[in-house]
Design a protein around this ligand. Structure first.
Ligand SMILES: C[S@@+](CC[C@H](N)C(=O)[O-])C[C@H]1O[C@@H](n2cnc3c(N)ncnc32)[C@H](O)[C@@H]1O
Length: 291
């Protein structure tokens, strides 16, 4: 299948307008593979034919399906394990103390894909029932892709998916095999909710979250959109909350809203607000100040 430059530019423009994700030239090879199933399903022969249908606006709903097919939804349970250990050993014990009055913990997984990150968090709480008995734990998973959110809500995974990141003991304890694959048990499903949401829009519960995970979502956003995403996340967090990014992602040079938590590797805290984290100037502002 061949795609012209102008067609790939139209697709890249559509994806960026709806999600902020950039399909840089070096990643445009993905287009063909990503759209092949959708095109087969819709009996569309070539990518340029697909673009013509899109541009003419003849099929409402098709553009959203194209956007969802172009998104990278890679995920698995306890991805990059270490940050979950930091949450379990370092952050949750602190929250257990600071929220002892309200006995409520709220977590937001922004860009949760098909839900594995959310169910991993639910497993951490479920593995420690004595600590969290009598607490209200809310874990919200959101994604811009409605297909991903539908799958996350179903909470069912194929044999391949359920084995990625889980030991056999965890798999058998927390998932039941059924006609649709391996479904998360009620104990894991009870504290979780999923909704469609674009991270670049105002957050679902401003100021309400104790922890926000935004992992492997910001990588292909433009610098400007990254800054906006950090502003959205900052406005979602309680003043003493934590932000967790993916491996290789950082706030440095992108925002002054967050600084690294020196006690919890890979986690970030709001600057100011008595959090003890100093505001850091972005490199651009520093060089401008020095000029
Ligand atoms: C690579 S997956 C990461 C999933 C999970 N956080 C993890 O680290 O395993 C990135 C997810 O972010 C979602 N996404 C991309 N842009 C988004 C946006 N603007 N708002 C919300 N979700 C977005 C994609 O649909 C995709 O499911």
């Amino acid at each position: 299948m061949q795609i012209s430059d102008s067609s790939s530019r139209i697709l890249a423009g559509l994806l960026e307008a709806r999600t902020g994700q950039q399909l840089t030239l070096s990643r445009r090879w993905r287009i063909e593979t990503a759209l092949s199933a959708l095109m087969r399903e819709r009996a569309i022969g070539t990518l340029d034919e697909l673009i013509t249908i899109l541009v003419m606006g003849r099929e409402p709903g098709l553009s959203q399906q194209v956007v969802e097919a172009l998104l990278n939804n890679e995920t698995y349970f306890f991805r990059d394990r270490a940050p979950f250990d930091v949450l379990d050993r370092n952050v949750l014990p602190q929250l257990a103390k600071s929220r002892a009055q309200s006995k409520r913990v709220r977590i937001w997984s922004a860009g949760c894909s098909t839900g594995q990150e959310v169910f991993s968090l639910a497993m951490i709480f479920a593995e420690n029932p004595d600590q969290w008995r009598g607490w209200t734990v809310d874990i919200l998973g959101t994604d811009v892709s409605s297909g991903c959110v539908d799958r996350a809500r179903a909470g069912s995974y194929s044999q391949f998916e359920v084995q990625r990141g889980l030991g056999i003991g965890q798999m058998i304890k927390w998932f039941e095999e059924g006609a649709d694959g391996w479904r998360a048990v009620e104990t894991l499903r009870r504290p979780v909710r999923f909704q469609v949401h674009n991270l670049l829009e105002p957050p679902p519960h401003p100021g309400g979250f104790d922890i926000v995970l935004c992992r492997n979502v910001l990588l292909y956003l433009s610098a400007e959109k990254k800054t906006l995403a950090f502003e959205r996340v900052a406005s979602a967090l309680a003043p003493d909350g934590w932000l967790m990014l993916g491996a290789g992602e950082t706030v440095i040079g992108q925002t002054t809203k967050f600084g690294a938590d020196i006690n919890a590797r890979g986690l970030y805290r709001l600057t100011g607000n008595g959090s003890g984290i100093e505001k850091r100037r972005s490199p651009d502002r520093r060089s401008a100040a020095g000029a």
